[in-house]
Design a protein around this ligand. Structure first.
Ligand SMILES: Cc1cc2nc3c(=O)[nH]c(=O)nc-3n(C[C@H](O)[C@H](O)[C@H](O)COP(=O)(O)O)c2cc1C
Length: 362
């Protein structure tokens, strides 16, 4: 029996009987304990056709693990064994925070989706950087930073809060830093004032002595006008790209019934139902951005076709979170195998699709 079938038919039904956050914590613990065993499992896509260079670093494939799975980066030294081409650690915030009260993570199995309102829980930038200093990461990593979940931190204090996190994480061996301006799970919600973003980027640039590429993570719920304003700022401040995008607070066309949705309550929806929204966001940003800026496409990717759809919309590389929960450990490999077959059938390559922004790795 293949690992994918084993997970789908045997392991997933058992895991899905349990509380989602407890399963996440147990998986985290198991991965930490079983690190070397994970590395020995045949979970890596073995072809070389999907290998690309991003920000000067070779990725074995373009499928990354999205922010939120490894908020404190403790898995970065071992997650390479799961076959992802890269990952985003975080969101990391300036201050430690327990997040919102539990329960705060819910499965919508009929929609292959999740709703979460974790609320940026994490150990805080200083503790994370201390724990990760001197550690060797098992795959290329970006790090995602966000404003501490506290509505009292606003205006100039919000700028200071994010800049403080950047001043610490910039010394880690990461390939890029994403500023998460789109978490819907805090009292204040997504970034609304573009002036705060402009001031943050200005201050980040001033201390970015390693010239780390800076990306901005956007929300599918933002208005077109706001996105246009934000992209203009990002071009002006020489931002290297965009992550399109975060979870949505909308609840449209779901198979899950209204009663269950009401019982779950507020939070960010991820997985299959967010795909069309984040694809739309990707297309919009692709039409606005400058040619040298890149797009990481994320939202509802769980097949080679999903990956291909994002590449067609203008994404250069991709990330997955909810698809990993539903597909299990062979997620990255499965998506890569399917994507490779689609590219072959269509007589194209990843480099061609990425509009020349990715060079095939040598
Ligand atoms: C449980 C959970 C926690 C998340 N935490 C973060 C986070 O801390 N920072 C962030 O930028 N995105 C976070 N996300 C959003 C994901 O990175 C991703 O943008 C979103 O889930 C859409 O991708 P998906 O459909 O593949 O899950 C989280 C998502 C989930 C499901």
């Amino acid at each position: 029996m293949g690992q994918d079938i084993l997970y789908e038919k045997l392991i997933r039904p058992l895991l899905f009987k349990l509380d989602p956050e407890s399963v996440h914590q147990a998986a985290h613990h198991a991965l930490l304990t079983a690190g070397p065993i994970v590395n020995a499992l045949p979970l890596r896509y073995s072809g070389s056709d999907l290998s690309v260079t991003l920000f000067g670093r070779k990725l074995l494939n373009p499928i990354g693990l999205a922010a939120g799975f490894d908020k404190n980066g403790s898995l970065a030294p071992i997650l390479g064994g799961l076959g992802f081409g890269f990952m985003e650690i975080g969101s990391v915030c300036a201050r430690p925070h327990g997040g919102n009260p539990r329960p705060r993570l819910f499965r919508l199995s009929d929609d292959e989706a999740l709703i979460n309102r974790l609320g940026l829980n994490g150990l805080g930038a200083q503790a994370i950087v201390t724990a990760l200093s001197g550690k060797k990461f098992s795959l290329p990593c970006g790090i995602n930073i966000a404003k501490t979940n506290d509505p009292a931190i606003s205006g100039e204090d919000a700028v200071e809060d994010v800049v403080y996190s950047f001043s610490l994480v910039k010394n880690l061996p990461v390939e890029f830093v994403t500023i998460n301006a789109s978490c819907p799970n805090t009292a204040e919600g997504c970034l609304k004032e573009s002036s705060v973003l402009a001031a943050t980027l200005e201050r980040v640039n001033a201390i970015n002595d390693r010239k780390l590429p800076i990306l901005l993570k956007l929300s599918p719920d933002s208005s077109e006008k706001f996105l246009e304003e934000v992209v203009a700022i990002c071009k002006d401040k020489k931002v290297s790209g965009y992550v399109c995008g975060n979870t949505t607070t909308t609840r449209e066309d779901l198979a899950t019934n209204a009663e269950r949705l009401n019982a779950i309550g507020w939070g960010g929806l991820s997985g299959k139902p967010v795909k069309h929204l984040n694809l739309q966001l990707t297309r919009k940003i692709a039409s606005l951005k400058s040619p040298e800026q890149i797009i990481i496409g994320v939202g509802g990717i769980s097949s080679g076709q999903d990956a291909f759809d994002y590449l067609s919309a203008g994404a250069h590389v991709l990330e997955v979170y909810t698809g990993f929960v539903y597909l299990g450990p062979s997620c990255a490999k499965q998506i890569c195998e399917e994507l490779s077959a689609i590219l072959r059938t269509r007589g194209t390559t990843l480099g061609e699709m990425a509009g020349g922004r990715l060079s095939p790795a040598t």
